[in-house]
Design a protein. Structure first.
Lengths: 162, 51
């Protein structure tokens, strides 16, 4: 692992140190409506971290924020799941294979979420990793399917881990 | 608690379904463990910091 690649863990105790940088350093979509949407969801996500309802992980390379993922515990029916609350990739780095991680940012963050789920699985029961694709975009759903997610219904995707 | 923004820009929290249909339950339970993805994830030494 190259030391220039790191994942910064943020909870309600340290999120305020990163809040401004998160909102100012990321590039959002070139379409103004989509950019407003992405920024709004990021602002709300930060609020959820402040309330300790989710934990945020920022992927950083050479001091540049490439993307982030937030995770929390939930359930589908009676099955315990780790839920990806929000996955965001800086607009400049979307679909790019990033040097040193040999993956796209989104794939890397999903693999990271899998690793966290695997670690949690050792101590408490977890059956699936669940994801709600933003805006229910077909393109995005196809993207996640290509990574390995299964479609549960019109809204939710999942990966079985146990 | 994933976030969803509707067409009017209103953000709401969405949670996974608490009651599945028979078909959904079967999709969930009959799916295979994604061993390949788990293997890939385990092979990465993530450098996690807190600060």
């Amino acid at each position: 692992m190259d030391n220039n690649i790191r994942i910064i863990q943020c909870d309600n105790k340290n999120i305020n140190s990163y809040k401004v940088k998160l909102l100012q350093s990321f590039s959002f979509h070139s379409d103004i409506n989509r950019a407003t949407r992405e920024r709004g969801l990021l602002e709300e996500t930060i609020k959820l971290v402040q309330k300790n309802k989710t934990i945020l992980y920022i992927l950083q390379k050479d001091n540049i924020f490439l993307g982030l993922v937030t995770l929390s515990a939930s359930s589908i029916d009676d099955a315990p799941v780790i839920q990806i609350d929000y996955l965001f990739v800086d607009f400049k780095y979307r679909k790019l294979i990033i040097d040193k991680i040999n993956n796209t940012v989104s794939k890397y963050l999903i693999l990271f979420s899998m690793k966290i789920s695997e670690d949690i699985k050792k101590t408490i029961g977890v059956k699936y990793l669940a994801l709600y694709p933003d805006a229910q975009s077909k393109k995005l759903i196809n993207h996640y399917q290509n990574i390995g997610f299964n479609i549960l219904n019109k809204e939710w995707l999942f990966i079985k881990i146990d | 608690m994933a976030l969803h923004m509707d067409k009017n820009g209103k953000i709401e929290i969405v949670t996974p379904p608490k009651k599945l249909t028979k078909e959904e339950k079967s999709i969930l339970e009959d799916s295979k463990i994604n061993k390949e993805l788990i293997k890939q994830a385990k092979n990465i030494n993530f450098n996690i910091i807190y600060g």
